[in-house]
Ligand binder design. Structure first.
Ligand code: USQ
Length: 390
């Protein structure tokens, strides 16, 4: 297949590109390098330096003999998106090309607008360019479980059948997200559903949980093929942050009571789920939603698991309950359905003690360059932000 990966320089995009290239597909990666720019602006960096995408694509060719085509382009530039799709003529488009951080989006007006313009306009441009250049292509879009928020009823996979005044209909599941970033994904979902319903686009929205992990089989082949791993308070996700904190002997930063429950998955399962979606495409006009996570945990459960992993590694790890910088329920009902990907054959890598021990060892070995100043959450949902208000 011809597979176009948008956001191919990112934590998930690069391992996905190597996966499909290794399997013999014709892969193009595109990126605007916006994430690298945001990192520089915020003065934060991944745990270990990540070679440029140019360098990684060349290294991949040298190591495997396989070609990944690279294009630089900004999805908010319609001309560039049309050109990209006309050239790549993809059978499948895997769309990771968005600002991925809730805290980033909550800094101030500028960052909220930037997040929503980047994500919503970028995705709209992709939809219009698909209609023009590759109307039969399958869009595999990375959404988020955070679109649903934490409703007091079971979360279904994308749709809910509602009976009202004696009549029934099946609607998109109601969304109550908790950041301008998560809202951008809700807006995307509505736009994509509309494009499927009206134009006959085929799309799968992967409502992904919180991803953790350092490596995939492909990143492990050479340090020059590594992917970015963040521990900072902006781009680092909770398990990754806890692992780095544990390796430094810093207390684990539990926000509030830690009863916040989320769906989680290993980075290797992100790649596996995207592979399953690509190989089992949605029908023309179908807007398919898969909830993409393998296990659910509370933040406090995770902190205890990482603390125990620290103890096994001889590290004394403490927990610290910080005032929650976010506005979110710290104790709530959470029961989210996630059977569609399992039905397609997903075999999860679960968060075992063994996988925690392995990740902690890798992170510990790389933790020499950590800037501890990047650990503390300084972006507040209800206060001012780290950047100047405009
Ligand atoms: N949390 C802590 N301590 C920390 C960091 C986070 O207690 O040091 C808590 C947060 O308050 C939150 C939970 O852990 O309740 C998850 O936070 P997170 O930063 O790991 O993840 P989140 O902001 O939800 O976003 C991440 C990705 C995003 C993706 C989302 C999936 O950055 O791209 O969409 O996970 S989900 O959470 O299912 O919406």
């Amino acid at each position: 297949m011809r597979i176009l990966i948008l956001g191919g320089d990112g934590y998930l995009g690069w391992p996905t590109a190597m996966h499909f290239s290794d399997a013999g597909h014709e892969v193009t990666v595109a990126d605007s390098f916006a994430k690298r720019k945001w990192e520089v602006e915020l003065g934060i960096a991944p745990l270990a330096p990540v070679p440029s995408l140019h360098h990684r694509v060349r290294s991949w060719k040298r190591i495997t003999g396989k070609t990944i085509t690279m294009r630089v382009g900004d999805l908010t530039n319609a001309r560039s998106v049309y050109g990209l799709l006309e050239e790549a003529r993809p059978d499948a488009i895997v769309h990771y090309g968005e600002q991925p951080s809730a805290p980033y989006s909550m800094q101030n007006r500028t960052a909220a607008v930037e997040t929503q313009v980047n994500n919503v306009v970028g995705t709209l441009n992709v939809l219009f360019a698909m209609r023009h250049a590759c109307p039969d292509a399958h869009l595999v879009k990375l959404g988020t479980m955070g679109e649903y928020g934490t409703p007091n009823i079971d979360i279904e996979e994308g749709y809910l059948t509602v009976t009202h005044n004696g009549r029934s209909d099946t609607m998109l599941y109601p969304k109550k997200p908790a950041s301008f970033y998560h809202l951008s994904k809700v807006h995307d979902s509505h736009n994509i559903e509309f494009a499927c319903r009206i134009w006959g686009v085929r799309a799968t929205d992967l409502n992904q949980g919180v991803v953790y992990g350092v490596d995939t089989d492909h990143t492990l082949r050479d340090p020059l093929l590594r992917t970015s791993f963040h521990y900072d308070h902006v781009f680092g996700t909770v398990i990754n942050r806890f692992l780095v904190q544990a390796s430094l002997g810093a207390p684990l930063s539990v926000y509030g009571k830690g009863g916040q429950t989320r769906g989680f998955l290993d980075i290797r399962d992100t790649v596996q789920c995207v592979d399953l979606a690509v190989h089992n495409p949605a029908a023309a006009g179908e807007f398919r939603v898969f909830n993409q996570f393998t296990e659910q945990y509370s933040v406090l459960d995770l902190a205890h698991r990482v603390q125990a992993a620290g103890a096994r590694a001889g590290l004394a790890v403490q927990l610290e309950h910080l005032d929650n910088p976010r506005a979110e329920a710290e104790e709530h009902y959470y029961n989210a359905s996630h059977s569609h990907l399992a039905d397609l054959g997903l075999v999860p890598h679960l968060l075992t003690d063994d996988s925690l021990d392995r990740m902690l060892a890798v992170v510990h070995a790389q933790s020499g360059g950590v800037d501890r100043a990047d650990l503390a959450p300084t972006i507040k949902w209800k206060g001012g932000g780290a950047r100047v208000q405009v």
